[in-house]
Design a protein around this ligand. Structure first.
Ligand code: ZN
Length: 456
């Protein structure tokens, strides 16, 4: 997730000068400029200019490193759940950032370990291997038993870029991480949870030797970043941990959300501890030995095939549009149908009817998302306390729409959004609000057997 710091405004996708000046299409007007607002990924359009992530870490590329598939955890399936007892796999996306050191303090206090799915250079934070204090923080993670994993170099949707660009997104992050800790990860989480089979992303991640890790508990800290909002995340985890039938969770948070670190984490860890459970890394949760969590740059191996780029990369590649014209990868494929029109009420609770306005281009998409957030802020006033979960569901849908608007290129439309929306819902994003839906349970069972028993 990104743009977590400004949840009530639809993010704009900026074009960074100098090369955008000549572009005069409707979608581009007003979006050209320089500086942090325009040139930081993931919202900067690198096709037309220079973004913060346009740097390359020092040192030899890892692109052609041997990549044997280490351990017995699946490299084929999306990992969303497993069979461990009495643990929560604590995972943090989008860091390291200003608050990560404090999070490490809190984890230490509880004796818990976490997995950090890190971005290498976006949000204007600078490359992680050359910008203080990030190298020190990442070395501390390793020294204190945490797991370092990849969330790509600059947080693009991996389903919406080319195979070569995807590989660069992974390889640049590998080089930067190896520059700090001497090795790079075998675990990754796709930004926006987007890495479908149709785009070739899943095959590319396997070729690069990555486990694709998702989650089955979304604390929604990115939707509740203000001191007045974060209690909603408290309620989500309290409710899920109180479920007597639960035996483990694979949980997602964001260490770029200040309240998640300074306020939510000690509450959450306290709940886990009070239940007699503990917080562990994704690797521990999957029963995977720490030796399998990383590779060494340039390491020789006999059972691997080097990968290569199919074409040379250019910083002025043609503009890409969303890949949503291809079939979304919906699982299980036989039990989900894609709706053809947006329902009048995306979420209905008491007198509240949360709508998503139809749209036909990027600007309309952003207006629709802004309308969604504006309605969601009224939701809690309009419903009884027990119906608040519906407000969270609606906010999660607003967030999905916002993400769609920021990644859909210039061809944003309601029908294309519906496809991705439905896929997200059936793909367990925002599980906390949807755990009662039958479709989710079908998915859970498929994940349970598919990931942990059939493919270990
Ligand atoms: Zn993210």
């Amino acid at each position: 997730m990104q743009n977590a710091l400004v949840p009530t405004a639809a993010p704009l996708r900026y074009v960074c000068l100098p090369s955008c000046a000549a572009l005069v299409t409707k979608q581009i007007q007003g979006y050209c400029g320089t500086g942090v607002a325009y040139c930081t990924d993931p919202d900067c359009q690198w096709q037309f200019g220079t973004c913060d992530s346009s740097t390359t870490p020092a040192g030899p590329s890892t692109l052609n490193d041997p990549r044997p598939l280490l351990g017995s955890v699946s490299y084929d399936n999306d990992i969303i759940d497993c069979t461990q007892q009495n643990v929560v796999a604590l995972t943090y996306d989008d860091g390291p950032y200003l608050y990560t050191n404090q999070l490490l303090d809190t984890l230490k206090q509880f004796g818990f370990h976490a997995t950090f799915f890190m971005t290498g250079n976006n949000l204007g934070k600078g490359p992680i291997d050359t910008t203080a204090p990030y190298p020190t923080i990442i070395q501390r993670m390793i020294a204190e038993g945490h797991q370092v994993a990849s969330h790509t170099w600059s947080h693009y949707s991996l389903s919406n870029i080319t195979s070569d660009e995807r590989k660069q997104q992974m390889v640049k992050n590998e080089r930067a991480i190896a520059n700090i800790i001497g090795k790079y990860p075998t675990y990754m989480r796709p930004p926006y949870s987007q890495c479908n089979a149709a785009s070739g992303c899943q095959a590319d991640m396997k070729a690069l030797g990555y486990h694709r890790v998702y989650f089955d508990l979304d604390s929604q800290d990115y939707l509740n970043p203000l001191p007045t909002q974060i209690h909603a995340s408290f309620d989500i985890v309290a409710s899920l941990l109180a479920n007597p039938a639960a035996y483990d969770y694979l949980s997602i948070q964001h260490d770029i959300v200040q309240q998640s670190v300074t306020n939510f984490s000690s509450y959450y860890f306290g709940l886990i501890q009070a239940k007699g459970w503990k917080g562990v890394t994704a690797g521990e949760y999957l029963g995977d030995a720490p030796a399998n969590w990383y590779r060494t740059p340039g390491a020789a191996a006999s059972t691997s095939t080097p990968i290569s780029l199919s074409t040379s990369l250019s910083t002025t590649t043609t503009a890409k549009t969303s890949t949503t014209s291809s079939s979304p990868s919906i699982k299980p494929s036989t039990s989900v149908s894609v709706p053809t029109a947006i329902p009048t009420c995306i979420v209905k609770a008491g007198q509240f009817c949360g709508t998503i306005l139809p749209f036909g281009d990027k600007l309309d998409c952003q207006k629709s998302a802004a309308s969604c957030y504006a309605q969601s802020s009224n939701c809690e006033d309009a419903v009884s306390k027990k119906d608040r979960l519906h407000c969270n569901k609606y906010k999660a849908d607003c967030a999905r729409l916002t993400k769609y608007c920021s990644t859909c290129g210039f061809q944003c439309s309601s029908p294309e959004f519906l496809k991705s929306w439905w896929k997200d819902k059936s793909g367990l994003i925002g599980l906390g609000g949807e755990i009662g839906e039958r479709r989710t349970w079908i998915w859970l069972l498929a994940g349970f057997f598919g990931h942990c028993w059939g493919n270990r």
